[in-house]
Design a protein around this ligand. Structure first.
Ligand SMILES: Cc1cc2nc3c(=O)[nH]c(=O)nc-3n(C[C@H](O)[C@H](O)[C@H](O)COP(=O)(O)OP(=O)(O)OC[C@H]3O[C@@H](n4cnc5c(N)ncnc54)[C@H](O)[C@@H]3O)c2cc1C
Length: 366
């Protein structure tokens, strides 16, 4: 049994920032992660760049070196996270997935199982099967702590669209990189950043790309301003096919049936070799529910006090994008959740927010 004052679950950027904060003030803590540190960036397509500027991704005030002053890739960020762990001497117990929790007086006893990957990405879809792998069940451990910080992220599973054929082998919810689609017909479903970026990269790599989107036009709020001119120009030139106001009705081997979103026109059939469903991701609430955290609203956001990050369950805190639940419209990013680490450290050490800090409710977007 590992005993500490605090158990931090999840070693994405914000979990690491919480751990560094706790260590900095001498609070005893344990830190477990289902995969490797920064596991979420491990399932991004190779060389995907952040939309956020490097300085907004800085952890604990340590600048991210950027050779060209541009946006960094997921791989570069993982390298940076490794340096943060080394520099601050953080001890992350990787490949340990929290699977169970029990109360023991005023403490929590948390059980982990040996895990082969982080929570999220294509492999998460295979997890039900992996759980039957004897290796997955071995190496379980117990952690006892009076406080638990859940920095577990919120992109655990794809947002399924629930149509026949969604699980066919040529259909994916994860963009693994453009090379796979060279010389093929690719239908991309979605109209936000991920869909547009995948369309641009695949088209440059020699795929014949068509986008199906339920909206009439690309949403200005949901597509980064530097992506819009290129995608709009390519659509205008007919270099990328554009099927606005369409929703997928059925995916078949070799084609996709699209309904007119308004229901006024007859369905159309689009021939395609591959289908990429860029329809977003949802949070797996299992662990939050196991702790008794209330999930609120349609996005099922964990109830918490934004001043302390403590949930409705005393002693259980949320940090990072985990606070957002299954965000329909992303509001929680790395850049506006760095502050969670400081709030949690203050709550745990009983120092509270200093006078003059913003009050309740206005803290989320700071
Ligand atoms: C293509 C793409 C581009 C993006 N670009 C940006 C961007 O530009 N800026 C931005 O801010 N965000 C971006 N995001 C979102 C980004 O991934 C998140 O903002 C970031 O990872 C959130 O950090 P986090 O520490 O809150 O959670 P995560 O990085 O998701 O870390 C959570 C960790 O918790 C672990 N975990 C979960 N459950 C358990 C459990 N039961 N037991 C043990 N460990 C567990 C997971 O394995 C994971 O490592 C992008 C996402 C995608 C897919």
């Amino acid at each position: 049994m590992h005993e500490s004052d605090v158990l931090v679950v999840g070693a994405g950027p914000i979990g690491l920032e919480v751990a560094a904060g706790l260590k900095g003030v001498g609070v005893s803590y344990s830190h477990v992660e289902a995969g490797q540190i920064g596991a979420t960036f491990g399932w991004w397509a190779p060389r995907t760049r952040f939309f956020s500027s490097p300085e907004r991704l800085n952890l604990c005030g340590v600048p991210i070196p950027s050779v060209d002053q541009g946006k960094i890739t997921g791989e570069e960020y993982q390298a940076y996270l490794r340096e943060i762990v080394r520099q601050f001497g953080l001890e992350v117990r990787s490949y340990r997935r929290v699977v169970r929790v029990e109360r023991d007086g005023d403490a929590f006893v948390v059980r982990t199982a040996r895990s082969l990957h982080g929570v999220g990405g294509e492999k998460e879809l295979e997890r039900a099967q992996a759980m039957h792998d004897p290796a997955e069940g071995k190496g379980g451990e117990e952690y006892r702590a009076r406080r638990v910080v859940l920095a577990i992220g919120n992109m655990h599973r794809p947002r399924m669209i629930g149509v026949p054929g969604e699980r066919l082998p040529h259909v994916s919810h994860f963009f693994e990189g453009p090379h796979k689609y060279f010389g093929t017909r690719l239908l991309i479903v979605g109209g936000k950043n991920s869909a547009v970026e995948a369309a641009l990269r695949c088209r440059r790599a020699g795929a014949r790309v068509t986008i199906s989107y339920r909206g009439e036009r690309l949403d200005e709020q949901r597509v980064k301003h530097w992506l819009r001119p290129e995608i709009e120009w390519l659509i205008e030139q007919g270099e990328i096919g554009w099927l606005p106001h369409t929703v997928v009705r059925e995916i078949r081997d070799g084609s996709v049936v699209l309904n007119d979103a308004s229901g006024r026109s007859a369905p159309t059939v689009v021939e395609t070799d591959f289908v990429l469903l860029m329809t977003g991701y949802v949070q797996d609430p299992t662990i939050l529910e196991a702790f008794g955290v209330a999930l609120e609203g349609p996005e099922r956001r964990p109830a918490h006090n934004p001043r302390t990050m403590e949930t409705n369950v005393p002693g259980v805190f949320v940090a990072g994008t985990a606070c957002g639940g299954s965000q329909e419209r992303a509001r929680y990013f790395i850049e506006n959740t760095h502050v969670h680490a400081d709030r949690i450290v203050r709550a745990v050490t009983g120092t509270g927010l200093p006078v003059g800090e913003p009050e309740f409710g206005s803290l989320e977007e700071s």
